[in-house]
Design a protein around this ligand. Structure first.
Ligand code: ATP
Length: 369
């Protein structure tokens, strides 16, 4: 699918914009702070009804009450128009979504219709940050294709919070221990589902991200992902997960009571990322980590393809720096089937581009120049 036309009114630093996009390659060029990311944000906003960086009320241009983002998508010769109004005129912000002139009940109905995969500099932290960033990444990717994972995660976190509160209260009143088993049973039940969903998804992600990374690195690097849990040492442990989880909760009880915190469970798990059998976080170069993050995040395009037979639109915000010219070229070639919208402060990488069709938009202060 692709976005044919984008119209903005009072969105960020764009008072008004109306552009026709190329079906394949779109390059947004400009100096720092001119509105390149704002443009990608507007396209992302059309597909989700929310931004990848700030609450909706911040998207309306300063000193304006309403902002409008409008897009015209085409897929398999079908056209869809989306019009989203962000209304800050009252005390709480309102987002009104219309698809083909009909108001949607909820903006949550949008993501399955308009398929967009974005990569922003924030995604680079998948490799460098702590385990919570990687858990959030895998959970978010997973709930795109398995929405029930979201409710399992929510239930698990709720039970974990209640168990932790009980541990704290038990420090004052030890007799409360008699009720702990209620939370333990549920923690094990939801925790097991959470871990199994993640492990199954990781197998798929491993296969796809490995292929993308191998290609981007010109067949030099093999990416491997491992699920790292304080409950599982080998594959046979997965079958005994409930028993192991329960035993470990008991084993760690004294310690957990002292801390008032549950020190065992999927809320502490991690995804280990290796390049050529070395830990990417410790041994990877900036360019290798960037390639890793791109491979992980952009594997979503392949997952969408397998699920929907559609090529998602790819948004790339400032990805080229730190990638050598070969990787830059490979990146754009790898997604040549897709519509790409890419931002950059300079356009050197374009000299290497094979693509015949491309559009370049120069942006200055929220205007096309
Ligand atoms: N609600 C808003 N109203 C008006 N202007 C805004 C609003 N939000 C952000 N801006 C302006 O948008 C500009 C930032 O735009 P953007 O993030 O797209 O920059 P960029 O071109 O991607 O820059 P860089 O290359 O540094 O990433 C800033 O000048 C900021 O003041």
């Amino acid at each position: 699918m692709h976005l044919e036309r984008l119209k903005l009114l009072n969105f960020r630093n764009y008072s008004s914009l109306d552009i026709i996009l190329d079906k394949k390659m779109n390059i947004i060029v400009g100096d720092n702070g001119q509105g390149k990311t704002n443009l990608l944000e507007a396209i992302y906003f059309l597909s989700r009804g929310k931004s990848f960086r700030n609450p909706n009320r911040d998207l309306v241009s300063m000193e304006c009450e309403k902002g409008i983002v409008e897009g015209f998508f085409e897929r398999k010769n079908l056209n869809d128009s989306v019009r989203i109004i962000i209304d800050n005129s009252e005390s709480s912000e309102k987002t009104i979504v219309n698809v083909n002139n009909k108001k949607l009940k909820s903006k949550n109905d949008l993501p399955s219709r308009f398929l967009i995969v974005d990569f922003t500099p924030e995604d680079l932290n998948i490799v460098n940050d702590g385990p919570d960033k990687r858990r959030r990444f895998i959970d978010n990717e997973l709930l795109n294709i398995k929405p029930v994972h979201g409710s399992i995660l929510k239930d698990y976190n709720k039970i974990l919070k209640q168990r932790n509160e009980l541990l704290k209260n038990m420090q004052r009143d030890p007799s409360l221990k008699s009720t702990l088993y209620i939370w333990d049973e549920q923690l094990v039940e939801y925790g097991k589902k959470l871990i199994i969903n993640r492990i199954v998804f990781l197998q798929k992600l491993n296969r796809i991200a490995k292929e993308i990374h191998f290609n981007l690195s010109d067949k030099l690097e093999e990416l491997k992902l491992y699920y790292f849990s304080n409950l599982i040492k080998n594959n046979s442990d997965i079958e005994r997960l409930s028993v192991i989880f329960k035993d470990k909760l008991e084993e760690n009880f004294d310690n957990d009571l002292k801390k008032g915190y549950t020190s065992i469970g999927p809320h502490l798990d991690d995804i280990k990322i290796n390049i050529n059998d070395l830990d990417a976080k410790t041994f990877g170069s900036q360019g290798q980590k960037r390639t890793c993050a791109l491979s992980l995040k952009l594997s979503q395009t392949q997952i969408i393809k397998e699920e929907t037979e559609e090529d998602a639109i790819v948004l790339l915000d400032d990805v080229m720096s730190e990638l050598d010219i070969k990787r830059q070229k490979k990146l754009l070639e790898s997604f040549s089937r897709h519509q790409i919208v890419i931002t950059s402060t300079e356009i050197n990488f374009m000299n290497e581009l094979q693509s015949e069709t491309k559009k370049i938009y120069n942006i200055k202060g929220g205007n096309l120049i």
